[in-house]
Design a protein around this ligand. Structure first.
Ligand code: UDX
Length: 432
């Protein structure tokens, strides 16, 4: 099939490349000329394992194209995916849909034969209705249908999550569109992926509800970890013991720092905004947001306690600063609230991240980027393991760290308490 992906960020580029790898002709369109030129040269603007090879393969065999010409790309495609950003509004209440609506206005000027227009970006419930209204101001409803097809791609696992999704959700009551999309996704369905057809609004809500629930699950185990620290219980045992219950499941049940990223913080606030608009109180999600917002200051208190209440001139090393492993994304990373507070209190912070130096941290005084793990930990008084990169899982601390009484605060529990005790290393985890 002939697809047009509007927007070449995580969603548009990954989905577009994967659709082309499934045999479709895909044009990825972006109004950022520089970005498109780089993509044509095989330079990928996002850190996503495996993406570069996939772009090269499909661009070379001409199934994948890049363009800045939206009109031309739409007229040459049957299915149009809207994959532009829907960031939180500056005032924090709800999603900023200006890019979505601008694209809808551009699309309506390029429809001459039947098109299926799909929102793949995460959009609040009823956005599809709004897009339909905008387009039908200029185009007969016989010439298009607006469908919701949310993505469930995790940064760092996006290609795998596209090729092996748990489900494909198609929100439309239009039979013709539903059949076309069932056909488009047939290579995945034939490998066992569930295909679920719902109303458009239901599909829009499934996306937000899924992210809000995952955020709830993580916050639940993070709060239990706080209790475990008080009663000498290991939260890892709780995660395992609970997770074996098939109704609960062990994934997204690992205690850590506050959850971050470009989705959970944004999507939990956006669903609250929708509920407020429709006068419904989603009190559980509100408490999840509040609990997660407090988590960084709670873990900071723990850092102060570990250092006997005084961080002044203490050398603190952060291993990993992004919001999770296998990504270079700093959006809403817990490190962005913890590191400034520590240096403000006089600490000296060294950090290493496998994805390199971070712009967000460059402007901070007494925060330095180390080129490798050993130089980052060498002079540390306290080593904070902030993300769960494999690179951090077998460090010979005793050999590499100069000071004899250094301390480890493992915010991802990648090491075992017992082993650290045997090595006579002062070690703190989360939830034990
Ligand atoms: C998320 C959803 O998983 C994905 O389906 C959606 O399409 C986009 O948002 P992403 O934000 O890339 O994906 O990251 P994810 O892997 O979900 O992690 C989100 C946050 O939860 C990270 O800060 C991560 O460290 C944290 N997390 C995750 C935990 O603290 N514990 C866990 O067990 C899992």
């Amino acid at each position: 099939m002939k697809l047009c992906m509007i927007g070449t960020g995580y969603v548009g580029l990954v989905s577009g490349v994967c659709f082309s790898d499934l045999g479709n002709d895909v044009i990825c369109v972006d109004h950022d000329k520089k970005k498109v030129e780089k993509l044509k040269r095989g330079i990928i603007p996002i850190y996503e394992p495996g993406l570069e090879e996939l772009v090269l393969k499909n661009y070379t065999n001409k199934r994948l194209k890049f363009s800045t010409d939206l009109k031309d790309s739409i007229s040459n495609s049957d299915i149009i995916f809207i994959c532009v950003g829907t960031p939180s509004k500056k005032n924090g209440n709800g999603a900023d849909l200006s890019q979505i609506y601008n694209v809808a206005k551009e699309i309506r000027g390029s429809i001459s034969k039947f098109k299926i227009i799909i929102t793949k970006s995460t959009v609040p419930v009823t956005t599809g209705d709004e897009i339909e209204k905008i387009i039908s101001q200029k185009v007969s409803k016989k010439l298009f249908s607006v469908v919701s097809n949310p993505e469930f791609l995790r940064e760092g696992e996006a290609i795998r999550d596209f090729i092996y999704p748990d489900r494909v959700i198609i929100g439309t009551m239009d039979k013709k569109s539903n059949n076309v999309l069932k056909n488009l996704y047939s290579p995945l369905i034939s490998k066992g992926t569930k295909y679920v057809n719902t109303s458009r609004r239901a599909a829009e809500l499934i996306k937000y509800a899924s992210n809000a629930f995952l955020a709830t699950k993580i916050t639940f185990i993070n709060e239990l970890a706080n209790l475990c620290e008080k009663i000498d219980v290991n939260i890892e045992d709780i995660s395992i013991g609970m997770g074996l219950d098939k109704r609960i499941g062990g994934r997204f049940l690992r205690a850590g720092p506050a959850y971050g990223g470009s989705c959970f913080p944004k999507d939990t606030k956006a669903i609250i905004n929708t509920a407020d608009k429709f006068k419904t109180n989603l009190s559980v999600i509100k408490s999840v947001i509040k609990s997660n917002d407090n988590r960084s200051s709670l873990l900071l208190k723990r850092v102060f306690n570990i250092l006997n209440g005084n961080v002044k001139n203490k050398k603190i090393c952060f291993l990993g600063v992004t919001f999770k492993a296998n990504t270079d994304d700093m959006r809403d990373s817990a490190s962005l609230s913890m590191i400034p507070s520590l240096v403000k209190k006089g600490a000296i912070v060294n950090y290493f991240d496998p994805t390199g130096e971070k712009y967000d941290l460059k402007k901070l005084k007494n925060v330095n980027f180390s080129k490798n793990i050993n130089s980052a930990i060498r002079d540390a008084n306290l080593i904070i393991i902030h993300t769960e990169w494999n690179d951090f899982k077998s460090i010979n601390f005793k050999k590499e760290v100069k000071s004899k009484n250094f301390i480890i605060f493992d915010m991802r529990n990648i090491y075992s308490h017992t082993k650290m005790k045997e090595l006579k290393i002062k070690y703190f985890g989360v939830g034990h």
